[in-house]
Design a protein around this ligand. Sequence first.
Ligand code: SF4
Length: 358
Amino acid sequence: MASSSGLRLLGGRRIAGSPEKALIASASEIYMARGCDLCFPGRKAVVFVTGLCDDSCFYCPVSREKLGRDVFYVNEVRVSSVDEALAEVARIGARGASLTGGDPLVAFHRTVELVNAFKEYFGPGFHLHLYTSGRRLTAEAAIALWRAGLDEVRIHPTEPSLLSRVGLVRRHTGMSVGVEMPIAPGMEALAIEAVRAVERFGGDFVNLNEMEIVEPNARALLARGYTESRLRPFTVRGSLEAALRVLEWAAENSRVPVHFCPASFKDSIQTGNRMRTSAHLDAYWYEEPTASGTLVWGEVRGSNAPEGLGERRGSTILLPPDEALLSYIARRYGGEAFIVEAHPTPDRSPIVSERRVD
Ligand code: SF4
């Protein structure tokens, strides 16, 4: 049987997929959390609700500009209100959103307001999942989030006792609930405990993320003896093998679907798909989306061309990236012509390349 992601069982074993895309251990059929089905093709917005958090995990990948600060982003675009977040999610054409941080429950009222606003504006089919350590997840908080329209809760167990929050969500709400945690050598026991807890409390899934080694966590990881994998750049050596040990255990001993999410897949394929969708939906008439998800356009700077020729921004005229046209306008009306490529953010930054046209 195949999921919407198209993965198939391999040779009758109960671990399916590939280490580049995803690995899944499932007793009955290929199964991924609903939130992953939309995340896979990059149709989910990442809403960073706040950088505030009660924990200090040694592997925390959140940047210093965000962690511990009450800042609010949609993908990498800074926003300052729920309405701005809504507008940015609409702009990129997302079909759902993940609410993350920090811990979104530290900014509880903002989180509930976001869930309400997304469901009201985009409708009940707009899928929302939330990451939390569970430290602040009381029955009242879970019920409030469920009533606002939240679909799925992913507990990130920063300590084993927090695994019981799976049961709390199951008992008090109708939301899907599971555990999501990074995996590296030495963390297999906690991951197996998570699988057991999800089974015991009637939860739905366990997701294991390949542990990334990035600037904010590199020093702490190295101090604990972790090193970077030579075969899988920017990941902790042995993370994949640790995940395989847990998947094999789960395939033999549990009916809980366990899913391993490779870092390269998240970074290159999901983010690439998300950028390609935004680029297509948000392109102005003079911009061309590229296969890599950027936008390309032409500029003639410092030109005296008449009104109505292209899109005017001060003394710059924006036009399609046609070299012959740009060169003709610059010769006829003065100015310098360029072809510019940038990310499909509202302010078209960062610029990827800029090339002068003669
Ligand atoms: S709970 Fe998440 S945001 Fe908070 S310190 Fe741990 S990894 Fe970082």
